[in-house]
Design a protein around this ligand. Structure first.
Ligand code: AVI
Length: 327
């Protein structure tokens, strides 16, 4: 057994080599322990996230749904104003319950477009390809299963029209500000001048409202966080005891950073395959950021990454915005 001072004990068994394993061990071996929130979404995580979206406290989904149901005519008009012909590409399409309203509006306007939903889950793409033609019989679509940027490139091989990219659901909030900047720069590199980007941002608002959204009474968000530990136990043979951790959501109204932690309730060791991780009592494990934006900050992000803000669509409470940017 090899002992790395202060933290990790490496035993002699051959370590697992999956990216998941490597990223988990890297995060848990860092001086400030973290896990990547992209790993929340196994089958159980997907199920819990569906429940979060139904929670009374989790206002984001309802706000963006209100924008898509009540403002799709305005959004479609803005798209037509800024691009004469285009195709629609959705990053992280999920079940498309929000975008379907915009797609329906575009069809009823007689817009000639193809819809390219992109999702990392083959399951999601399969379901969309079965369901959407039933709901929207006149829709031309081609599902793309894979990483966002690889699939964006693939969409370009199917069509040379201008692209309207949808990146909704406040997914951009799960990047910290550097990562959000880098993501937009990379996206801008994959697009051509005149392409459009519709992004959902959760806006800064009363801090209690935000904090409650990540600390619902039924404990679903708590279970969503703990599920990643359970996933690591199941898939990587770890032995996290979730009773020895506490869910600790935070919101800083100064920076707009809403961060979730799991706090170790005691000094303990966790074994992951052949790696042993030491937790101190009260030590935080950083799980997720859900960054909140001001309108000025959304404009600054656009301008810093090669986009021009051209329109904004709000819910009635102005808690959420879908911004339209032009590359
Ligand atoms: C997917 N994403 C935008 C959600 C959010 O609000 O950050 C994930 C989530 N985490 C806890 N609750 C919801």
């Amino acid at each position: 057994t090899t002992v790395i001072p202060g933290r990790t004990v490496l035993c002699k068994r051959k370590p697992a080599t999956s990216t998941f394993y490597q990223e988990v061990v890297k995060g848990l071996s860092a001086p400030q322990k973290y896990l990547d929130s992209k790993y929340f979404y196994d089958a159980e995580g997907d199920r819990l996230f569906q429940q979060i979206m139904q929670c009374e406290e989790y206002y984001l989904t309802g706000c963006e749904m209100e924008i898509l149901t009540s403002r799709s005519a305005e959004i479609a008009a803005a798209l037509a104003q800024h691009a004469s012909t285009f195709d629609v590409v959705e990053l992280g399409a999920g079940d498309a319950t929000k975008s379907i309203h915009l797609l329906r509006q575009l069809l009823s306007n007689g817009t000639d477009f193809t819809y390219f939903p992109i999702d990392i889950s083959a399951n999601v793409i399969g379901q969309l390809e079965q369901q959407l033609p039933v709901t929207l019989p006149n829709l031309r679509m081609k599902g793309l299963n894979g990483e966002y940027f690889d699939m964006l490139q693939q969409a370009n091989t199917y069509s040379h029209k201008k692209k309207v990219v949808l990146f909704m659901g406040a997914n951009i909030g799960n990047f910290n500000s550097t990562a959000a900047h880098d993501f937009c720069v990379e996206l801008s590199d994959y697009l051509l001048p005149g392409d459009l980007l519709l992004t959902g941002f959760d806006l800064k608002k009363n801090p209690q409202v935000i904090l409650r959204a990540y600390n619902d009474n039924a404990g679903i968000t708590r279970a969503f966080n703990f599920n990643l530990l359970t996933r690591i136990n199941l898939e990587l043979g770890a032995n996290f005891d979730i009773k020895k951790f506490e869910h600790y959501p935070t919101y800083d109204p100064g920076t707009g950073a809403c961060k979730s932690y799991l706090i170790s309730l005691e000094k303990q060791q966790v074994q992951i395959d052949d790696v042993c991780i030491n937790f101190e009592a009260d030590e935080p494990l950083y799980m997720e950021i859900s960054q909140k934006y001001s309108l000025e900050e959304t404009d600054q992000l656009a301008l810093a990454t090669g986009f021009q803000p051209v329109a904004r669509f709000f819910d009635n409470k102005k808690w959420f915005v879908d911004t339209l940017w032009k590359r």
